[in-house]
Design a protein. Structure first.
Length: 129
């Protein structure tokens, strides 16, 4: 995907299922690219993330139970983003939500292999220059 000069939407959902994790979703080409993050997002902290299957755009506005007994989601934040860089190995974007405002950097973790829970990535919010 080419970096986007136009603002697209993002959402951060708290997903309660077998514990709790956060689903960070970026709108891209009619779907939501999704990463599961196991810890709360804190500025400057590098967190483990797992790339998940793309989700429907309906999750931008959805809160409630997930079908198939997969828990429930609650929206933590939402807003817009502009992609500064988007490759198969790295995503850098400026986000503007009601709580999270700044830059997000996601990159594939070359030291860890993919597993059944998704592809291993790293996530960082804050000043990523």
């Amino acid at each position: 995907m080419e970096p986007s000069p136009t603002a697209l939407r993002f959402v951060l959902l708290e997903h309660r299922w077998n514990g709790v994790h956060w689903d960070f979703m970026l709108e891209s080409e009619g779907r939501l690219r999704t990463w599961a993050i196991d810890e709360p997002i804190a500025a400057g902290k590098i967190l483990d993330a797992r790339e998940l299957a793309d989700h429907r755009l309906a999750y931008l506005d959805y809160e409630g139970p997930i079908s198939g007994g997969r828990g429930s989601v609650a929206r933590v934040d939402h807003g817009t983003y502009v992609a500064c860089e988007w490759t198969a190995e790295k995503v850098r974007a400026r986000i503007a939500g009601s709580q999270l405002v700044g830059e997000v950097l996601l990159w594939k973790n070359p030291l860890e292999s993919s597993g059944p829970g998704g592809t291993s990535w790293k996530f960082r919010f804050g000043n990523v220059d």
